[in-house]
Design a protein around this ligand. Sequence first.
Ligand code: E4P
Length: 225
Amino acid sequence: MQLMLDTANLFEIERAMSLYPISGVTTNLNQMQSEGNLDFFGHLKSIRKLIGEERSLHVQVVGQDANTIIAEAERICSILKENTYVAIPVNEEGLKAIKHLSMQGFNITATAVFSTLQGILAMLSGAKYIAVFYDRMLNNDIDANRVIKELSSLLWTNTSNTQVLSASFKNIAELTSAYANGAGCCTVRPELLSTGLDMPSIHKAVADFSMNWDEVHAGKSILDL
Ligand code: E4P
């Protein structure tokens, strides 16, 4: 089971890396654009520096036709090197590129997946991750849990190296449902994790423990005993 960060913001990545068990960072073109940074590769290199070489970095292509996608993937990987995953949308041109690049040994994250069919085709084409767009599916009345469940069980049955990478979360219930339905990996915006840990019940439980301790050991910590 893996957890990734779904952001291109350097400050968020640095903070979240120090707090959470993170396996990688996913970026998309919207996130890169919202950083307002014109130095595309410079920014990605900064992310790589923060997460280290062993974690995965997922970078989306811009091209729409297979030849351009392939050329962009080659450039992305030649610059960002090990553990870089090229995120390619699953449509006909995307699949053509995924098939070609996977055969050449590139790591591919099939993205913009809204259906089991897209996931199956991406899996058969050699993608390592299938990025299922959870909240966007719900917005279109698509049963995201069913798609995740179907893809996860197909992946088990076929002992494939591919994992469901569920993405596009807007709340914690979506995130935990994705895991519970079989997603091997989820990618989230860091603030969602902070929100989940900022519940009044958690604060109250911690405050109560502390108050009870103080009643007996006023002002002392375990280190003072
Ligand atoms: C993964 O990187 C996806 O592009 C991302 O989760 C989509 O998120 P959004 O639906 O919030 O744009």
